[in-house]
Design a protein around this ligand. Structure first.
Ligand code: NAD
Length: 469
């Protein structure tokens, strides 16, 4: 792990590229969660009674403050998470865009009006739920915090955020930047600590009315169990194993670039990374040769060094799992390692959690590389005879987060979009979701949607008012 505790009192956050200490934060407890709920409840009246456009103005100022501080926040993000600085800057700028988006819709969160009935006139009004919770993973800690903070706060709630133990620092710094824009400390509280203690306390607390969780499917199930019986609204953004289907009429250079970025961005640790690649047989040889060449150009190293395109993995246990999966391929012969497949040796590589970008071809459907969520820089490739087989393979796993199809044919694109079981299907691209567009998963990838104009609804209740004339 790139985070350890000192005497159970503080979490030591270390840089996954070289093991140096980036900072320390206090270890939160269930008692801290209860105290934060009490404090937030006390402060809520003032915050929730602001006019929506006044909250919008504060969020707009928060977006500006994040943009102004992007270099410092991005450097901190790279130092604790490992991603290249350019990716960290994108993530921080993405946060500013998210806050700006929720600022822009602050005046549009509204109920409904209905035709007059026998009983009179009916309207619905939207009301904030109160104190809400957010549980955040380490792979995109800042952006995922923004996805939850923007809609929860614009709706007039307080939010208690638990960051992952290996990446609490950027979340805490971003919160302090946002607070300077006018959000009271009680309304946005960050409590670092373990999932078992702080995460489950947030899930189980009866005073927390909604929880938005992003993380693995297994942890999501624990959050569901802990929340069971509390009647809270749950949004679960869970793991994925996105398929990418490349048809024989695709723009091959564009698709190769999409596969390289889609798999190796963030060292393969993105929920919607390309995790399974299906190639139509007529283009398979040409595509894999170009893919191998594309991967050869990826410079690995400390994310703060110029020109680095892939940093270390975030933590040792994740790298250990990747190593085991690749060793499993070597032992079983279920696939050919086309490139990579090793921990790089020598110099700076000895100090961090580096792993080579890896392509494995000829991977059968039953292989763990095809069935599990592979959360690191390994891309399994398989050949398909056509669209029906590709869609069947795409749908054969328990996940249903994202998917992409690469084709010049509108009817092939439409068929894939219709039949692939996923929360989002891209055509001729993979990754990247603008804040206006709903995002979430099907099947074991989750329930509920984040982003978009309806995201504040996850943190609101609707009251019906019937007025007798
Ligand atoms: P994780 O499930 O291990 O941890 C996520 C968060 O849950 C962390 O803050 C962790 O401390 C906390 N946690 C752990 N145990 C808990 C418990 N018992 N109760 C409550 N909280 C607990 O996930 P991770 O390794 O941090 O992140 C990677 C996973 O997140 C991958 O599966 C990835 O696909 C998924 N993810 C999904 C999305 C999405 O939008 N669907 C986005 C990003 C990441």
């Amino acid at each position: 792990m790139s985070a350890e505790t000192d005497n159970g009192k503080t979490i030591r956050v270390t840089n996954p590229a070289d093991g140096t200490v980036v900072g320390t934060v206090p270890v939160g407890t269930a008692a801290d969660v209860s105290a934060a709920v009490d404090n937030a409840s006390g402060a809520l009246g003032k915050w929730s009674s602001l006019l929506p456009r006044e909250r919008g103005k504060i969020l707009f100022n928060a977006a500006t403050a994040i943009r102004q501080d992007r270099e410092r926040l991005a450097t901190l993000l790279t130092s604790e998470q490992g991603k290249p600085l350019a990716e960290a800057k994108n993530e921080i700028m993405g946060c500013a865009n998210v806050f700006e988006y929720y600022a822009s819709i602050s005046g549009s969160i509204k109920g409904d009006a209905f035709p007059r009935s026998d009983y009179g006139y009916s309207i619905t009004i939207k009301k904030p739920l109160g104190v809400c919770g957010a549980i955040i993973p380490w792979n995109m800690p800042a952006l995922i915090m923004a996805w939850k903070t923007g809609p929860a706060l614009v709706a007039g709630n307080a939010l208690i955020v638990k960051p992952a133990t290996s990446t609490p620092l950027t979340c805490m710094e971003m919160a302090s930047v946002i607070r300077q824009a006018g959000i009271p400390e009680e309304i946005l509280r960050i409590i670092p600590g373990s999932g078992e203690e702080v995460g489950s306390a947030i899930a189980a607390h009866p005073g927390i009315r909604a929880v938005s969780f992003t993380g693995s499917t297994e942890t999501g199930r624990k959050v569901e169990s802990a929340a069971c019986g509390t009647g809270k609204h749950l949004t679960l953004e869970l793991g994925g194993s996105d398929p990418m289907i490349v048809c024989d009429d695709a723009d091959i250079p564009a698709a190769v670039a999409g596969a390289v970025a889609g798999r190796f961005y963030n060292c393969g640790q993105t929920c919607t990374a390309v995790k399974r690649l299906f190639l139509f047989e007529d283009i398979a040889d040409e595509f894999t040769a170009a893919l191998e060449a594309g991967v050869a150009g990826i410079k690995i190293g400390n994310g703060l060094s110029p020109g680095v395109r892939m940093g270390p993995m975030n933590n040792g246990s994740g790298r250990e799992r990747i190593k085991e999966l690749v060793e499993g391929i070597r032992e079983s012969g279920d696939g050919t390692i086309l490139t990579g497949g090793e921990i790089p040796k020598g110099g700076e590589y000895e100090k961090g959690y580096f792993y080579e970008p890896t392509i494995v071809t000829g991977v059968p459907a039953g292989s763990p590389l095809m069935r599990e969520e592979v959360f690191g820089p390994v891309l399994p490739v398989s050949i398909v005879s056509g669209m029906n087989e590709a869609i069947e393979a795409a749908n054969s796993v328990r996940y249903g987060l994202g998917a992409s199809v690469w084709t010049e044919s509108i009817s092939r694109a439409a068929k894939a979009a219709e039949e692939i079981e996923a929360g989002i299907v891209w055509v001729n691209r993979h990754l990247k979701i603008p804040p206006e567009v709903p995002f979430g998963g099907e099947k074991a990838s989750g329930t509920g949607r984040e982003n978009g104009i309806y995201a504040p609804d996850r943190y609101m209740t609707e009251k019906t008012v019937i007025i007798s004339p």
